[in-house]
Design a binder for this molecule. Structure first.
Ligand code: G3P
Length: 215
């Protein structure tokens, strides 16, 4: 499964990149607002660090506005993926941008038919939000399983990018059901490589060695 980081914070992106296992980045308007920086400027900075897909969301909600912003964002770097909402206007923009050769990520996906339609429109990625479904008492992972089954039934090539991930078990479950990509907040990426038995085991190995041989 590919691993993306879900942030617009450059330090977090650099730290995750230095771990050597980062495949891409997703951003959104809320994450950029948190950084308080110009969106295009930050995207250019991210693309200098990461070679893999970098999702850049449009702010416009109408088809024409999305097309203009999407084309502008795509010019920032070759690895930009234009992020569009799962609406009718977003679907139209997805089809047109995909036909032009621009890769797209259809975001705010909350039901399997949105995922089926955006795949038909040529989306490169679809982003089901699992944490936000869990938040309202639904099972976010069920959506991932439904989309996986639909895409496998018909051979759709759109990659399933699990988003709105809140904890390591979300990532485990995504990997078990064959999700293509998970976009993960930095805090959860750090948790993925941690276990208290690893820490205590390592401390004991070092202590035993030093006791026997000094140092
Ligand atoms: O990038 C979109 C998604 O990952 C947002 O997550 O935690 O705001 O639901 P969250």
């Amino acid at each position: 499964m590919e691993l993306y980081i879900d942030t617009a914070n450059l330090d977090e992106i650099k730290q995750a990149h230095d771990m050597g296992v980062l495949d891409g980045v997703t951003t959104n308007p809320s994450l950029i607002a948190k950084e308080g920086i110009d969106y295009a400027k930050r995207l250019a900075e991210i693309c200098e660090v990461v070679d893999g897909p970098v999702s850049a969301e449009v702010i416009a909600t109408d088809y024409k506005g999305m097309m203009k912003e999407g084309r502008d964002r795509a010019k920032i770097a070759d690895n930009i993926v234009v992020k569009l909402p799962c609406t009718v206007d977003g679907l139209r923009a997805c089809k047109e941008l995909s036909d032009e050769g621009t890769r797209t990520n259809l975001t705010l996906c909350f039901q399997p038919l949105q995922a089926m339609l955006v795949a038909k429109a040529g989306a490169f990625l679809v982003s089901p939000f699992i944490g936000r479904l869990d938040d309202i008492g639904e099972e976010g992972m069920a959506l991932i399983r439904q989309i996986r089954a639909i895409y496998d039934n018909y051979g759709f090539e759109t990659m399933i990018l699990a988003a709105s991930i809140r904890h390591p078990m979300h990532v485990v479950e995504c990997a078990l059901v064959g999700c293509d990509v998970a976009t993960v907040p930095f805090k959860v990426i750090q948790q993925m490589m941690n276990h208290p038995l690893t820490d205590s085991g390592l401390a004991k190995f070092v202590a035993d060695y030093k006791k026997a041989f000094g140092g």
